[in-house]
Design a protein around this ligand. Sequence first.
Ligand code: XUL
Ligand code: CO
Length: 436
Amino acid sequence: MAYFPDVTKIEFEGPSTDNPLAFRHYNPDEIVEGKSMRDQLRFSVCYWHTFRASGVDPFGAPTMQRPWEDGTDSVDNALRRVDVAFEFMEKLQAPFYCFHDRDVSPEGSTLAESNSNLDKIAAKLKAEQERTGIDLLWGTANLFSNPRFMHGAATTCNADVFAFAAAQVKKALEVTHELGGLNYVFWGGREGYHNLFNTDMKRELDHMARFLHLAKDHAKSIGFEGQFLLEPKPKEPTKHQYDFDAAACMNFIRSYGLEDVCKLNVETNHATLAGHTMMHELQYSSMQGALGSIDANTGDMMLGWDTDQFPTDIYLTTQCMLVILEQGGLTPGGVNFDAKVRRESFEPIDLFHAHIGGMDAFARGLKIAAKIRADGKLTDIVKNRYRSWDEGIGAKIEAGEVNFADLEAYMLKKGEAAPNESGRQEFLENLINDYI
Ligand code: XUL
Ligand code: CO
């Protein structure tokens, strides 16, 4: 049975098509910088927003029309949803998907029942992956929705809750491994605090590190070789989340000796919540050798929270792809649409419009970034800007060959620094616009 009967496979029809259910720019087989667009972009559909979001918000009831839902949180309903998900992803030509344990299968009244529910769904996910060739980009565990996690999961004050979270991640890792997952994500939604008067921050951070080391040990013991990804976010639902931004994550990773297993999954709306641009977070992670994957979405300039909208801004996707191409791609990560349709876009077809738009926006960003790179002007300008470091005193400083006294002697002899040159910001902004 078809759940999207009015939609056939979404094909590339080029920029001049007026078919809203076609790609204008995403042409999976087209080669850009030596790889197909499919392999450069590695698009992924997220299970939670796409197949579980109801349209509920703090002020209103669910709005989404999802005719396949029977209104129960049963295993049968969850099994049917797997068919819906794979039909959707197949028609969209999405090569990857990802999920939290509790998105795909209902939580039972005991841990044992939850695990057995998950096993039933995972068997069907596996069969559908094999049938369609769609792969699991990453798995994760939902350690934030159930009230038991109100004080956190790995950073809770309640040791039993830590143990529960560990059991849940153990199972989620095993299922991710069983499904050939390429990565495993840790987003610490409640790993933070609302008030420091009741919080032992040092102890909580030590526990978070212990948790990740335990996860690392378990992954090793089951032969899971996927990449661990921490997902920075500064706040929401907590007032302060420990994985605040890429820099805070890197400090944590290095302080606790986790650099051999943990990279980052960088999300646009989280970057902007932290007061950074996505490009900043990507560049920072990449220069640390830690840019593993991205959650592609965007916030709204007028709203200060995590609205998880689909990315449509070509300027944003160009910036993302400039950094991603520069580091040679994201593999084994990908571009996961951690994005949801608006509450007012309640028809199933809106899910297609949203993803097609996001994929086309990234395809354009990819092509524009490749053009900027092929031209080389931007790289040349940046290189030239730093040329005083390529020889003379600059080269000596970089090589560690001079001390403060040497630099004082150099300057006393020279009298004044060489004159500065313009940063040419406006010229460069115009240059980028030429490619767009
Ligand atoms: C929440 C968020 C999560 C993670 C996975 O803001 O981004 O959906 O991506 O837990
Ligand atoms: Co995310």
